[in-house]
Design a protein around this ligand. Structure first.
Ligand SMILES: C[S@@+](CC[C@H](N)C(=O)[O-])C[C@H]1O[C@@H](n2cnc3c(N)ncnc32)[C@H](O)[C@@H]1O
Length: 548
């Protein structure tokens, strides 16, 4: 209840460790599902008598509108950027909060706002809430919890107001669809719809990939840019001095972006942090980092899959985006580190991944260990971020949502896979994965559902991983936009049934769903006995994976 109590409790935990990536963790925890779960638990445990934050007047005696207004005001305030400033700010706010507490109930809201401000810059918000519970007078603590819950709730619920950006002409809509064989049961599904009328052949939007990975047979050859995937003349390629993947780039601009986003952290001995924040690396640590990166590069080469690389790059890009926020504008040299994916709102890259569907996959222990070591040797502490569970979510998210990048009619020189068909890595590629040069993960396009009669198609017209979504037919505002995840053309010599069966089996293998599109429904009418057997295999496979 005194200044010393909170300050001492806090000092014992982490005030001294406000380094770059600690703030990154802070940011993540604040926004991730586990943190929100924890908050809900805390809310139940702590605020037993607290009226719902939706109620017009709260048990803390502060009107909800007043709280909302206060929250908005705090949100508008600038948060200090450097670790030292944050620490100073934190101490000042806690000190002021405690002084205001002593002045009596009239100052409860003002006191709570101080504690809330301190929470915003503290590296371990959950721990701090637990400390507050012990040290802050209950009525003030209740208000801090209300502010925190309100903030998290608004962030979660407001996401689809800001995303996708309005200029992209699409919106995410949640619809209810009937569950097969269960009359009157419905399930929720997200679809992407147009927000304006579009002509056939018109560009709906263009989207840059958040992360890309070249197909493994092209890695190191110098025929494609490692960042934008553009075709290159190897003799003109830009080659970095130190690069674990022997990467080539089409320009110094792509090289710089790649370094900023992920290459420096994962595949080179450069500092993963900008000079302003970078700690000096002792020679022994350098050697260990080199070894960890070599093991990761060997792993990627041996397994030939893109998803583990996309995962690593996505994590690295989160680090880069969060560290860029900590550096005063103009000083960072990290231009482009933070992708702008929303119309305002304070969302992180993780917000975009978290809401997507993902495949239920289990990364090998070896893969998790290798990735953790690469991260640990780049920034000690970062490895804590890759728990088995989180790694599985990332890997499942990338495997499920990646799009194949292909140019023109695609390529014909990709080595035929040697694995069992069900083990071949799939990406959404209307020409078939054999035609792609690599893959990209896209925040908006991840929401596109499949149709065997798609209303749109991805196109890589600029010869890079920049995805142009083109309408296949006229679309009205509100119509669903779909693409083909697999090659849906009926091949020469293939019957309607055979084509239907091929598509559906590929969809089950790659994305584990039985296609419910209009064309599949139409073509099921004349289904023959042989196809019916395959169809039950599709249903069984889906049941197996969905029931698992
Ligand atoms: C990447 S997600 C697309 C967004 C997703 N609809 C959602 O609700 O988040 C792909 C998933 O959507 C569903 N889906 C997409 N296209 C479908 C189709 N043609 N038929 C049935 N389900 C489909 C499947 O569950 C599939 O696993």
């Amino acid at each position: 209840m005194t200044k010393t109590t909170t300050m001492l409790a806090v000092a014992g935990i982490a005030v001294g460790s406000l380094v770059a990536y600690a703030v990154y963790f802070d940011y993540k925890r604040r926004t991730d599902a586990n943190f929100r779960k924890q908050l809900r638990k805390d809310k139940k445990r702590v605020a037993k008598n607290q009226a719902s934050s939706e109620a017009s007047a709260s048990s803390s005696g502060v009107d909800v509108d007043e709280l909302k207004h206060a929250l908005e005001t705090v949100r508008q305030e600038e948060v200090p950027t450097t670790p030292e400033e944050k620490e100073k700010y934190f101490m000042a706010q806690v000190g002021m909060g405690e002084q205001l507490c002593a002045k009596g109930p009239t100052f409860n809201l003002a006191a709570a706002l101080c504690f809330y401000r301190a929470l915003r810059v503290y590296p371990s918000p959950v721990e701090l809430i637990v400390i507050y519970e012990r040290t802050v007078p209950p009525p003030v603590f209740q208000i801090v919890m209300q502010l925190t819950n309100m903030d998290v709730k608004e962030r979660v619920e407001g996401y689809y107001d800001c995303f996708p950006p309005k200029a992209m002409n699409v919106a995410v809509k949640t619809i209810e669809v009937p569950v097969k064989d269960q009359p009157e049961a419905f399930t929720k599904k997200k679809i992407l719809v147009c927000t304006k009328d579009i002509e056939a052949g018109e560009l709906i939007y263009k989207e840059e990939a958040i992360v890309t990975a070249l197909d493994s047979d092209l890695q190191g050859k110098g025929t494609h840019c490692n960042h934008c995937l553009r075709s290159l003349d190897p003799s003109n390629a830009v080659r970095p001095e130190s690069d674990r993947l022997d990467s080539a780039y089409c320009s110094t601009e792509c090289l710089d972006k790649a370094k900023t986003h992920s290459q420096s952290l994962l595949f080179s001995l450069d500092s993963p942090l900008p000079a302003l924040l970078a700690p000096a690396i002792p020679p022994a640590a350098r050697a260990a980092r080199d070894e960890a990166q070599q093991a990761f590069a060997d792993y990627l080469k041996k397994h030939g899959k893109a998803a583990p690389q996309l995962v690593a790059r996505f994590i690295a890009r989160q680090v880069s985006a969060e560290t860029a926020k900590m550096i005063p504008p103009g000083l960072s040299g990290m231009k482009g580190a933070e992708p702008v994916l929303t119309d305002g709102g304070d969302y992180t890259l993780y917000d975009h991944l978290e809401r997507l569907r993902y495949l239920d996959v289990t990364p090998s222990e070896e893969e998790t260990k290798i990735l953790r070591e690469v991260l640990q040797h780049a920034l000690p502490g970062l490895e804590q971020f890759v728990t088995e569970e989180r790694h599985a979510t990332y890997l499942g998210g990338m495997s499920y949502n990646a799009f194949g990048v292909y140019f023109g009619e695609g390529r014909d020189d990709k080595p035929e896979p040697t694995e069992r068909p069900e083990d071949v890595e799939k990406s959404r590629t209307p020409l078939g994965t054999q035609k792609q040069v690599g893959v990209g993960f896209y925040a908006v396009s991840s929401y596109l559902n499949h149709s065997c009669m798609p209303s749109a198609r991805p196109s890589f017209d600029e010869g890079t991983a920049g995805l142009h979504l083109i309408a296949n037919r006229p679309l009205k505002a509100g119509d669903e936009v779909t693409v083909a995840y697999v090659d849906v053309t009926q091949k020469e010599g293939e019957s309607v049934d055979e084509s239907r069966r091929r598509r559906r089996i590929e969809l089950v293998r790659g994305w584990r769903f039985a296609c419910t599109c209009e064309r599949c429904a139409q073509e099921s009418n004349g289904i023959d006995e042989e196809s019916a057997k395959d169809e039950s295999k599709v249903s069984d496979a889906v049941k197996r994976v969905e029931g698992a």
